[in-house]
Design a protein around this ligand. Sequence first.
Ligand code: 4AD
Length: 453
Amino acid sequence: LDLIEINEDASLPAAVPIKVRNVQDHLETRVVVQGWVHRFRLQKGLAFLTIRDGSGLIQAVLSGDLAKWKVTQQLTLESTIAIKGMVHKLPEGKTAPGGVELQADFYQVIGLAPAGDDSITNKVPSDASPSLLMDNRHLALRGDALSAVMKVRAALLKSVRRFFDEENLTEVTPPCMVQTQVEGGSTLFKMSYYGEDAFLTQSSQLYLETCLPSLGDVYCIQESFRAEQSHTRRHLSEYTHIESELAFISFDDMLNHLERLLTKSVEYVLADPIAGPLVKQLNPNFVAPKQPFKRMEYIQALEWLNEHEIPNEEGEKFKFGDDIAEAAERRMVDTIGVPIFLIRFPAEIKSFYMKRCKDDPRVTESVDVLMPNVGEIVGGSMRMEDYDELMTSMKKEGLDPTPYYWFLDLRKYGTCPHGGYGLGTERILAWLCDRFTVRDCSLYPRFTGRCKP
Ligand code: 4AD
């Protein structure tokens, strides 16, 4: 067997280079596919390879001398190859990705991956601990589920941009290195900026607000950073924050806009030829949300929680002013089972910039969007538009207004009613793809104790 020499048959038609995603356009054609050996099985004198090229999977069958070849006998998972052959539709009853098979006539190894101790199956075994998987994230990303989530993620970002474009919002890119806080001092990542104190941004909101007078409605898709101390399934230290800010709107306008954002972007993902089927695979029971969303006031949520004997953080009945923490929030939305717009939170448990409700100044024009299985995926509000009111609120929060002069100027040089929100990309993905944790929805997740690879 060692003596078998395989050479490409020069009399065959030239092979057309293809990406697997386009294979249906090349049936009964001789093609060349370049990719990684995803699965590999030798059986009854045949070799079955599943090749992954990033755009999809294809099954290749090697027979005769090609299967007996020493190179085939020593082939390993994750090796890269260029494989040539005819693409055939599979007969009824046989299954393979795309319903096709590549009848190989020749292949070359480009990079042989290690066998034995260093093999991929030893690096990321099927029973690997979460921390081993995180150490080998670069390899784990090659797996079916993680790569599927990353493809859905790309489709989601594309869909969100399409929605914003349809609504005539302009995309901007605010800075990540800042000297102001937005969501409280306790989660700020501090850094030295040429000797000055600076932070990694928690939210681009304040910068988006300043764009309204020059660009009108704006959005950004930017990393936000939070030095969260809690180790939860929905907190990351760095996440991709989808934020938008809208001028001359009412609170109701903002809620309607949010409904459209969530329904349309999900609709576009489901209609995407690659991401749509992946969502069905990852989350077979997924039901696309419909307008209108259930709207529930904070006060009604407290009543609901008390009626259902779900206690607050102290193990007592909820009372006005209590934070609805993660566990209680999730029990509520999981029981109700549909997306909820939770609105009108008390001022004292929300951020300093939130506008108060005219009919009840104890509460704010604020919203958290809650999804079953994940909880909060969006936080948003109308903003205080009066200079003095905002100044008072900042001082009450213990914020020195000096570094916020530019944010305050917005209320001085032509103020306007405005509002916006932030959507956590990894959180909406956890809901859409039915992942247990947001860590499965980030390429290289950062959380306490993890900043590599
Ligand atoms: O509710 P948050 O803190 O609101 C803001 O940052 C506003 N300034 C946004 C705005 O109005 N422009 O965060 C918004 C969303 C949350 O609902 C959640 O989805 C996500 O950002 N988020 C996180 N995602 C992952 N890990 C974390 N540590 C997160 N913190 C917030």
